[in-house]
Ligand binder design. Structure first.
Ligand SMILES: C[S@@+](CC[C@H](N)C(=O)[O-])C[C@H]1O[C@@H](n2cnc3c(N)ncnc32)[C@H](O)[C@@H]1O
Length: 448
């Protein structure tokens, strides 16, 4: 059997948890974990290793097979390099193709032109060896080639995943700002949470943390419901794949009858609509539906007597802002508030936050400025009350919050124990940790 080199990209900040996870996936197929680099980790193994990582990794975004690496000076060198590779070994000219080029500090003038050159090289190679040229399909290609160029070197990768791995195949209902599943899974790992420890997300939205945690508790493989790019490649070990897949399907079947009380996983959200989405996502993820409560996080209480891990990504950034009743309980006489009230009629509790218009329309001029100031006031009040709830009702718990707002600890009036930089897509965030230890909650005075 041959051994191959692979690269698993992941959200930046999760390289170490990914490497740890790859070592654990070694129980399914031998894996030699290599270097962690910004944005991913290298590993080596037989085809079974790539299949096992695709099926079992919660943190990787993809699994890329390294085809070749070489120094280059310009697009012509990259064309010649791509032309030399025996692509016909991996796929046929009847399959559709997509090329992606990523560059860091490269001297190349146009990545678009480089992409075209690689496409030409691969198509020429297939035509020369098989007599036919593959077609390009950027939306749903059969085969994806990734080209990674640095200042000096060009690496060609063949994708084995297809759709990115954070698409587990169960999410239909998205919230306004859902976390990617692999970021949620990486955060769970960074919190040190393990199945059996109580876990609570008081702003659970569409339930990403909950679904990841429940699947993990029940040993359900994240990729058990989806297909992978390697299934379309000429060379893959179908016998090894059947073995991996059947074992994963058995686990999933067993998970359906698990008792939810044993899981100690809890969620709540102010929005009834969001909770409906979370329930259907959990059902589609093939795990028992948890009891989810509609609750303003300011009024939350510990859901179990035992201390555990509280995790949340509170609303922040451009897409979600404060809405509802302020500290004095006043409602806002704006068209937007009316829209909010109509939402209330659909079962959303008052208070907290609202989604900003998805298209960013600013149709109500001056009222918008007024709303924003009011939203800021509501936001400040919300975080202070939420921080008080943590201090008063979550003694012994460890709370973790992902936010792009560096001022979050100040708003909560809590001092963080650690803050870990993480990227939510392009948005730079921090995962703040607050240790709510009895008698020693680290309070923080409000900033002037
Ligand atoms: C950024 S989203 C969380 C997304 C979630 N992690 C997911 O993956 O779908 C923030 C969530 O906080 C909820 N929320 C806003 N204000 C709240 C409040 N006062 N109490 C509880 N939940 C609130 C929103 O309904 C929204 O679902």
């Amino acid at each position: 059997m041959s051994s191959f080199e692979f690269f698993a990209p992941c959200p930046r900040g999760l390289e170490a948890p990914l490497a740890a996870e790859l070592r654990e996936i070694g129980v399914h197929a031998p894996i030699k974990v290599g270097a962690e680099v910004p944005g991913g980790a290298h590993f080596a193994g037989e085809w079974a290793a790539a299949m096992a990582v695709n099926l079992h990794s919660r943190i990787a975004s993809r699994v890329l097979l390294k085809i070749a690496q070489r120094p280059y000076r310009n697009e012509h060198d990259i064309f010649a390099f791509a032309l030399e590779q025996p692509w016909e070994r991996w796929f046929t000219a009847n399959q559709t193709l997509r090329i992606d080029v990523t560059a860091i500090k490269s001297p190349l003038k146009s990545l678009e032109f480089t992409t075209l050159r690689v496409k030409d090289a691969v198509c020429d190679r297939l035509r020369d060896t098989t007599g036919a040229r593959p077609n390009i399909d950027t939306a749903e290609p059969d085969v994806r080639i990734f080209v990674f160029v640095t200042a000096t070197d060009c690496t060609l990768y063949l994708d084995t995943s297809g759709e990115p791995l954070f698409k587990r195949g169960w999410r239909l209902d998205k919230g306004a700002a859902p976390l990617r599943e692999n970021l949620a899974a990486g955060i769970l790992r960074l919190t040190g949470w393990a199945p059996g420890t109580p876990l609570y997300d008081p702003m659970c939205g569409s339930g990403t943390f909950l679904a990841e945690a429940v699947q993990q508790s029940l040993g359900v493989a994240p990729g058990v419901q989806r297909r992978f790019g390697f299934e379309k490649l000429k060379q893959y070990d179908i016998t090894a794949w059947q073995g991996l897949k059947v074992a994963a399907m058995d686990k999933q079947r067993a998970a359906r009858s698990a008792k939810i009380d044993d899981l100690k996983i809890f969620g709540s959200d102010i929005s009834g609509d969001m909770l409906d989405k979370a329930r259907s996502n959990l059902a589609r993820a093939g795990v028992p539906t948890l009891v989810l409560k509609q609750l303003d996080a300011r009024n939350m209480v510990a859901p179990i007597d035992e201390p555990g891990i509280l995790v949340a990504n509170p609303p922040y950034g451009e897409r979600i802002e404060v809405r509802g009743r302020g500290p004095r309980g006043e409602a806002r006489p704006t068209p937007r508030s009316e829209r909010d009230q109509s939402r209330g009629a659909r079962g959303e509790a008052r208070g907290g936050y609202r989604d900003r218009d998805r298209n960013g329309d600013d149709d109500d001029g001056g009222a918008r400025g007024f709303e924003r100031a009011e939203s800021e006031e509501l936001g400040a009040e919300f975080f202070q009350a939420f921080g008080d709830a943590l201090k008063q009702r979550f003694t012994g718990w460890h709370a973790f919050m992902l936010s792009s707002d560096r001022g979050l600890p100040g708003q909560l009036r809590l001092r963080e124990s650690t803050k870990t930089p993480l990227f939510n897509g392009a948005l730079e965030c921090r995962l703040f940790r607050f240790d709510l230890i009895a008698g020693s909650v680290r309070r923080r005075e409000p900033e002037a």
